[in-house]
Design a protein around this ligand. Sequence first.
Ligand code: FPP
Length: 256
Amino acid sequence: MFNNNKKHPEATISLDPNRIPEHIAIIMDGNGRWAKKRHLPRIAGHRQGMETVKTVTKAASKLGVKVLTLYAFSTENWKRPKDEVNFLMGLPVKFFNNFVPELIENNVKVSVMGIVDELPQPTQKAVYDAIAQTSDCTGMILNFALNYGSRLDIRMAVRQIANEVKENAISVSDINDDLISRHLMTGFLNQYADPDLLIRTSGEERISNFLLWQIAYSELVFTKTLWPDFDGETLKEMIRDYQKRDRRFGGLNQEE
Ligand code: FPP
């Protein structure tokens, strides 16, 4: 499960083009440690992390990934020092201000999941503008989890379903996995709602309240690489690991 990442031992990694994960979700971790190693303030790590988002978005889109979900800010991240939170809230503004033309060039459509109306006004505007500007793109969906928490996601879905039952719009027996999936914040992704591959960088091996329902059968890959050092080749290494896995979804292989 653990990927040791010897900074690209092979020149280029060859992948099976027929087994590219359709939905990749990433917990981008290690910005602070990247900065600390360089005696820089933590925000320098986040700034470099934003550059990595650009690189990885282009690489994933080129590989034919359908959905790239990035955990950019969790419902727990508000506990960080105010200056750091402010900087993180400014990142989507910086990112979309200069990267939307390239997103359009690459046919990438932006989406956001989380409680957007709790974000500062300029962040909300940047997000909604980017969604509108890329709405005609038909390629990869770049889905930012911003002010997102999976327990919140599940809690909101449960409340919504309970209300629908109360209003007799559905009956209790209508509640099945598919109905729950459609009520979660990833519901709009339809057949791609569940990630095939979940990556966490920086050596931590935790899920940290990310997509708890949706990762039931995801392949998990952890790498020691810090997010600002992650690049297109690292992404390919993660996909190569994924392609070695035998996905059975609780069943057996045909030969077994
Ligand atoms: C975790 O690293 C990272 C974050 C909480 C922020 C992630 C945000 C980015 C990578 C940039 C997002 C870009 C856009 C466009 C929204 P950490 O700070 O916890 O690192 P540490 O564990 O080493 O301290």
